[in-house]
Design a protein around this ligand. Structure first.
Ligand SMILES: Nc1ncnc2c1ncn2[C@@H]1O[C@H](COP(=O)(O)OP(=O)(O)O)[C@@H](O)[C@H]1O
Ligand SMILES: [Mg+2]
Length: 258
């Protein structure tokens, strides 16, 4: 795609022709953080109607930025844009190398990030199949993942941010829902999230589990370690909130069958 075409698509996507101020955080990221591949990918998705407009920045992280927007039909979406340069390269490489679903691993960091984003998309699809509440994945391309927006006017809060408003009963219910998510994923879906915590659960009606990039399948040699970690994180968090939780080691042995 020609540079001027990309430029036009991006401007249109950010609504710069109309009302967006040029000093907005979104504008800065789009122009100072996004590299050429990312801009081209976003321009492509815009052209195809997969991203109609981006409105604002939901989150800026080490690995990815997440934006709020709408698709071509006006449906609300969240767009996760992975950084093509990341200090997390080694960790990503190790995680991907142990995943039996992933074949050839590119040496090039940018291409490795594409594999990482694609895996998150596949994980979301797989988790959905086992009735785990997740943002519905829409499309991915290169380092960009488009999914259902979780929230109303504003994005749904993370469990960590909403915890002050919750009562004992809510914690108990959330604990049992999340523990059954871990169980169902493992037993029926033969997979594990791997980073399940109060930071990766959004509260929207019930809990919605996000951030599936490190999730993997049972056959992965790291899967038991990840399962143990998820059980511990969840049990320890809710124990601190006063819930009578399972003993994490016992629960782990029960699920792992050892
Ligand atoms: N589908 C979504 N709808 C609304 N907000 C989201 C969605 N996905 C992610 N977010 C927000 O973006 C933040 C970062 O997303 P996440 O996937 O956890 O990436 P990371 O933690 O790797 O930066 C989340 O904590 C959440 O606040
Ligand atoms: Mg996260």
């Amino acid at each position: 795609m020609q540079e001027d075409v990309i430029e036009r698509e991006i401007e249109d996507m950010l609504g710069l022709r109309e009302h967006r101020e040029k000093d907005s955080e979104l504008y800065k990221i789009a122009n100072e953080v996004f590299d050429r591949t990312t801009r081209e990918t976003l321009a492509y998705l815009h052209r195809r109607g997969k991203i109609g407009a981006l409105y604002g920045v939901i989150s800026t992280g080490k690995e990815a930025n997440v934006f709020a927007g709408v698709d071509g039909g006006g449906r609300r979406i969240a767009v996760k844009v992975y950084r093509t340069y990341t200090t997390e390269f080694r960790r990503m490489w190790e995680y991907l190398a142990s995943d039996p679903r992933v074949g050839y691993l590119p040496k090039d960091m940018r291409k490795l990030v594409f594999v990482w984003a694609r895996r998150e998309f596949k994980n979301l699809q797989r988790a959905m199949k086992y009735a785990v509440p997740v943002p519905e994945p829409e499309v991915f391309r290169n380092n960009v993942l488009v999914m259902e927006f979780i929230g109303d006017d504003s994005p749904a809060p993370r469990l960590k941010d909403a915890e002050r408003e919750l009562e004992e009963r809510d914690f108990e219910e959330l604990y049992s829902t999340l523990m059954s998510v871990i169980e169902r994923l493992w037993k029926r879906g033969e997979m594990v999230h791997g980073d399940l915590s109060e930071y990766n659960v959004l509260l929207h009606e019930g809990p919605v589990v996000i951030d599936w990039s490190q999730a993997t399948v049972k056959r992965n040699r790291m899967s038991l370690e990840l399962l143990k970690r998820d059980i511990r994180n969840v049990a320890n968090y809710f124990a601190r909130k006063g819930v009578r939780t399972d003993d994490p080691d016992e629960k782990f042995r029960e699920l792992a069958g050892i």
